[in-house]
Write a protein that binds this ligand. Sequence first.
Ligand SMILES: *Cc1c(COP(=O)(O)O)cnc(C)c1O
Length: 223
Amino acid sequence: MITDNLKSVTQRISRSCEKSGRPADAVKLVCVTKEAGLAEIEEALAQGVKDIGENRVQDALVKYKAIGGRAIWHLIGHLQTNKVRDAVEIASLIHSVDSMRLAEAIDKEAKKIGKIQDILIQVNVSGEESKFGISCDEARPFFEKAALYPNINVSGLMTIAPEVENPEDTRPYFRKLRELRDKLQDSQLSTINYQLSMGMTNDFEVAIEEGSTMIRVGRAIFR
Ligand SMILES: *Cc1c(COP(=O)(O)O)cnc(C)c1O
């Protein structure tokens, strides 16, 4: 089941890359395991999955104890400052940094263990009240400020599109995040290529067409 689902998702990724003239390896699949048990995760790992995404630190810790370094760990959900220590301990990438206070806490904990923590800034492109993330206008000052912290490395942007009936309706939000990324890139605050973490089960194909470099997919794999 999971094997078939993975095959199908991988094919859909390739097709979207092809359609948009991007190489098939331009997009990383992060398998979101928040609703998966250990056996299911093991099945995915056996199929060559490397990147695992969890939205709660507590859940990630439990799974990390069993799986550890056999996976690359992504934290994708809203992070509270009192969970930062555990997050920094296991996360390869934290996708959901949505306040300067959080960035500062991550820097502090990373420093303690001699790590430079890769993070993404979560942007609330749609401006929905139910969503975490900074506004598009806040992005540039946020990047400039975050660059001053030595133990965090801002490697890009993340967003969650609104839930819509027709996936095509998510396109303007993804496009806006890509344009924001391009602007930040052009301003030469950094020489690295910024990541764009965008696209989930319902909308990853549109996100890829709009330049996503990392999609976070749960239900299409583990349902
Ligand atoms: C759950 C979750 C996903 C995966 O969503 P699916 O619809 O299951 O693909 C992606 N990103 C975040 C932040 C999530 O919480």
